[in-house]
Design a protein around this ligand. Structure first.
Ligand SMILES: [Zn+2]
Length: 44
């Protein structure tokens, strides 16, 4: 079966997880993808 994939790619900043793992513990939401883990189709 073919999955109808959206034209998005994993965020290169957070590797598609949507957040950064902090060394001191916890996590911070990726400001690039705003936690979605996917790069915006924004060509900006
Ligand atoms: Zn991201």
């Amino acid at each position: 079966m073919t999955v109808n994939t959206v034209d998005t790619k994993p965020c290169e900043y957070c590797s598609g997880v949507g957040y950064f793992q902090l060394l001191l513990g916890g996590s911070e939401t990726c400001s690039s993808c705003e936690g979605t883990g996917q790069q915006m189709k924004d060509e900006n």
